[in-house]
Design a protein around this ligand. Sequence first.
Ligand code: NAD
Length: 494
Amino acid sequence: MTSSTWQERARDLQIDGRAFINGERVAARSERQFDNHSPIDGRLLGAVARCDGADVDIAVSAARAAFDDGRWASFAPAKRKRILLKFADLMQQNAAELALLETLDMGKPIKYSQAVDVAGAANCIRWYGEAIDKVYGEIAPTPANSLALITREPVGVVGAIVPWNYPMLMASWKIAPALAAGNSVILKPSEKSPLTALRMAELALQAGIPPGVFNVLPGFGNEAGSALALHMDVDCIAFTGSTRVGKQIMQMAGQSNLKRAWTELGGKSANILCADCPDLDAAVAASIGSIFFNQGESCNAPSRLFVEESIRARFIEKALALVPAYAPGDPLDDKTVMGAIVDDIQLKTVIGYIEQGKAAGAKLVTGGERVRLDTGGYYVAPTIFDNVTADMAIAREEIFGPVLSVLSFTDVKEAVRQANASPYGLHAAVWTADLTKAIQTSRALRAGTVHVNQYDNDDITVPFGGYKQSGNGRDKSLHAFDKYTELKTTWIQI
Ligand code: NAD
């Protein structure tokens, strides 16, 4: 579709910002709303329900009633599977609308909203639907006069709080395993990108997920979000977002009913590029592509590049040759690969870090400025800093924008030491043709995922999550069921 076709569709789009509780669209109890603007050009997309504690109480009651009467949890796993597969099908049938909502709301290029966000979210829902009638319990090797069954049961009412960078995908990583396991879910999307979550709830109902089982409450973190995390009748809170708020979530769980609290948090992923890497062009392309993908607004973006000193100049030269391809463009144009930063607040954060980098003495080799000002939207040129040192804020802190910090090393062990000297531990990478070095380095890196000679691989079958202050627990793969199920042991005397 051309940009003008997407624009036409955008004009015709009916946007409903009301909450979704107990199978119905409803206004916030207070009737308060907030304005939702598009980062593409600042246009007003519409008003969204500003839910707070009163709405959380209503949604939790609905979710609890749905869980307790077994209208979803008591379905045979094969029946839940069929409904989740239908939900995934409906997402694909409505892919253009969902992609358009995601791009308008969040600013990412439409081609990625389709190929990554809608496709990835539908695949995730399908995968957990497929999995749920293939997960078995266990029988423990106990003495002959007894039988001990180890079974998984749903935890009950799950509160899911997600960020704005991959709104549908992050939501599906939580709701798909939680629903597959038989829980009731209350999803709080980010106030910066609430639209696709609300539409997903309608599609889930249409697929056959009973009212009350999947609810969506848009609103602000310190209103709807904290009310959910503090609620005494929520059994589990599954959070993806910043490390700062993740710490508050753990505290709120402790302050209230000690609900299970799972956190998927920030990152400052280290990418170690050795002189003996098998293919420097491929390494440069993946390193640049991964930091600039999604406008750099990815938790696992390889934002700290450690390059061996002997190839540093060649790396910079090759990287600069690729940068023009990432020039920000109209997110509704199919050819655009870098879109808008999510809002003016995030724009100021990114520009603030760029200014800090310059002031600290890092060498700005490209970018470093806001672009496309005439659009009224929020765009930042892909930015690379060379000569970055470990003490600089741009080497230590998560920027969450299209900014690469290049540091150099002469001894790979020193690069690993610096890579690990971070509160974060989400992803890391090493590029080398030396098998021993690759294995030793990947073992030494303290991160939930380590990439060797690539950075792009991703699949629903593998766990995603971090060490240290990048969080606990894992999204994706069968391991995600650990978050949304309790293990029960049943002893039977024979
Ligand atoms: P954020 O922490 O500001 O907000 C995340 C969510 O928490 C939003 O829905 C927000 O409304 C809510 N929230 C904010 N304050 C709250 C409070 N006091 N109580 C309850 N909820 C509250 O993060 P963000 O800016 O939306 O997202 C960016 C962050 O998310 C980055 O740090 C990024 O690395 C991280 N992230 C991590 C992963 C992962 O899998 N590890 C994936 C995507 C994003």
